[in-house]
Design a protein around this ligand. Structure first.
Ligand code: 6CS
Length: 319
């Protein structure tokens, strides 16, 4: 039996590491009866096209990031809101992976689109790379920021006064090079492997949002599997949750050193002052209303629920 797994990132990425571990565990636990083939970004098309391929069951498994999936499932855009998550990515990991309420809410939303949600996880903090320094929202004035293709991201950067430009991942490098855009955001490992730092001069860690992704499978395919195969899949993805947190931390740390080494004159703002972050936090608040307008009463409840859950886990941590 052949299973196909498409990822939205290239070889050497966090998603690739996830898919490789998935392959290893599935092949091992099926005693070699199942063989998993991985399709890295570039072999099958953009994120949107990859999600369509899951729908058509051309591939059975894929990564579907809310940054692009928001066009299909508006509610996942809650994961794109700025200054919503904890500063502690361990807490965020628990909220995303271990909270049954959140899992259930999203499982239903995905199921309506014939997808089965397998896992939600962070690939690390979004980091801005730009041609000029950014310290406060005003610095974004007129800056053409590339964003992923979900509508909420346009609202998120409009709120700072930027000119957001949605583009697929594959077009970011050349758009920066040709000055069609002035900046972009991605986790460090992605900035390194896509070489975005080569065509920007500043790197700014605002810790405004984690980059969150989801692993999905075709629902009909999954439902048609015998119970033990379904358990095989859910068992493997459950085991991957802690693994991937470790991987993303390592990758983001190592690649930052590599970037520094490859481009010593890159200016890096490793952290904004509390006052600077506060100005962004405040400017980002109206975007929550936009999210609610896009998703209605269900979206409002979802946002409240997520805020509440993050708070609960943060309180637990302190006690
Ligand atoms: O910026 C993007 O579009 C992409 N970034 C990452 C880190 N993964 C997939 C996503 O499509």
């Amino acid at each position: 039996i052949q299973w196909r797994f498409a990822i939205e990132e290239t070889i050497g990425s966090v998603q690739h590491q996830y898919a490789m571990k998935f392959k290893e565990l599935v092949e091992e636990r099926s005693n070699g009866e199942i063989e998993v083939t991985i399709y890295p970004y570039g072999t099958l098309g953009t994120s949107d096209q990859i999600t369509e391929l899951v729908d058509m069951e051309v591939v059975q498994f894929a990564m579907a990031s809310p940054g692009h999936l928001g066009k299909l499932i508006p509610e996942v855009q809650v994961f794109l809101l700025h200054f919503l998550f904890s500063d502690d990515d361990e807490i965020n990991n628990q909220v995303l992976n271990k909270d049954p309420r959140l899992q259930k809410t999203f499982a239903e939303l995905y199921a309506r689109k014939r997808l089965k949600l397998l896992s939600i996880f962070s690939e690390g903090w979004q980091v801005w790379t730009t041609k000029d320094p950014i310290h406060r929202p005003e610095d974004f004035e007129g800056v053409k920021m590339r964003v992923m293709t979900s509508p909420l991201l346009i609202a998120a950067y409009n709120a700072y006064g930027a000119s957001p430009t949605p583009l697929p991942y594959s077009e970011v490098y050349s758009a920066l090079q040709l000055n069609m855009i002035d900046g972009q955001e991605n986790p460090v490992f992605a900035i390194q492997e896509m070489n975005f730092y080569e065509v920007t001069d500043w790197m700014i860690f605002a810790r405004h949002a984690p980059f969150i992704t989801t692993a999905v499978t075709n629902r009909e395919f999954f439902d048609s599997l015998p119970a033990e195969r379904q358990e095989l899949v859910t068992g493997v993805v459950a085991d991957l949750n802690d693994y991937i947190l470790k991987v993303q931390r390592e990758f983001n740390q190592e690649r930052l050193s590599l970037i520094r080494k490859n481009k010593p004159d890159l200016e890096i703002i490793t952290e904004l002052t509390p006052e600077e972050r506060e100005a962004f936090r405040q400017a980002s608040q109206p975007v929550r209303d936009r999210f609610i307008r896009m998703t209605g009463e269900d979206g409002r409840k979802l946002l409240e629920e997520l805020k509440q859950t993050i708070k609960e886990y943060e309180d637990q941590q302190q006690n």
